[in-house]
Design a protein around this ligand. Sequence first.
Ligand code: HEM
Length: 447
Amino acid sequence: MDMLLNPLDRRHRLRDDIPVVPGAFPLVGHLPAIVCDLPRLLRRAEWTLGSHFWLDFGPAGHLMTCVDPDAFALLRHKDVSSALIEEIAPELLGGTLVAQDGGAHRQARDAIKAAFLPKGLTQAGIGNLFAPVIQARVQAWRDRGDVTILRETGDLMLKLIFSLMGIPARDLPGWHRKYRQLLQLIVAPPVDLPGLPLRRGRAARDWIDAQLRQFVRDARAHAARTGLINDMVSAFDRGDDALSDDVLVANIRLLLLAGHDTTASTMAWMVIELARQPGLWDALVEEAQRVGAVPTRHPDLAQCPVAEALFRETLRVHPATTLLPRRALQELQLGQRRIPAGTPLCIPLLHLSTSALLHEAPDQFRLARWLQRTEPIRPVDMLQFGTGPHVCIGYHLVWLEMVQFCIALALTMHKAGVRPRLLSAAEKGRRYFPTAHPSMKIRIGFS
Ligand code: HEM
């Protein structure tokens, strides 16, 4: 089937001398094709229009998209702003550090980042906290024999991120419900009526924020308790310029959001790749047997190169964050083009992650490209996490939990004499935006 583009929109138009991709629908623009078929849309636009073109994101407007590898450097450019993120998703990301620039961004980030570095994660014993939760989950998969993978990894990741925050497990079901409603804000049409996603999403956000505000108060009252929220509250309160509780609450909510869908999708793709490539599974089992136990500290991750390569290659081929929005504050040179001040920009991480200019045989899933490399990881090798001042805070955490998960899965399934098997078509129903993920329906058997 051809792409979800409007056959009636065939006009060739220019904005600021840059071509607009034809095929936009009224109101939703190119969103149907962006959500369901982004790689093909980008390739076709590059092939027919060149490296710079406008995509129509419906309610979020047109963003000038550049598929040239130079676009990656925009993420470090001093004249490029992240405030467009708040304009696009004010309900969900307004007031959070991902949408801020300069001093305000630095102040909020500084209060959080230490807890997410290898030292902070090891000191807080995060690996020990996660290992039994992951092991119990893969054990349950083995007992059940088959699972709907994305639902399962979504549940598991929510459990992990809540335990990281120090949110009691008994409260999880209530949070689960509210969290799902909160996510509706991403796609909610701007109509505020009872029963519609916008109203429900806002109510869920208010509920979550009220709970988080209580956690912040509790953290201040019993400063000795552990959990990331406590660490963040102490760091915020220690700062010279104390930030308001609203800022703190919005950023804790950001962490819950940022650390969930992305990791659930990556973990699901890892299992899918292991199921469809028996050689990968065999290599992982061999490594898991050699190390013998799930690693719990960052220094131990070096013992698991196959699991690490699997994490990096899965993200390279299936990046969870596909597009990053920015705005040019001044006129810029981008590749061969001058971009006027004020231009809204789209940096297509997905396209760069699978570009032949950056990787040999980019469409092939090859652990060897990581296992055989001798030079250290460069920013462009982990571009799926962004770069520059907004580079993902969760990178080391994701690395830890993905390696833990791989080793736990291999040990548990191998002990039971089973391996993962794909029970449905992997490519059908995948989505690329706002975050990318495999189809919700994909089932994996263990036999
Ligand atoms: C596979 C998993 C993940 C991927 C692919 C991913 C990807 C990204 C990307 C591309 C950015 C840059 C956004 C931008 O420049 O506008 C980002 C930022 C961020 N990520 Fe992640 N992320 C992942 C997991 C996590 C986790 C587990 C956490 C924390 C629990 C987290 C917290 C954040 C935060 C707070 C930011 C904003 C940083 C800032 O604006 O300074 N992420 N992530």
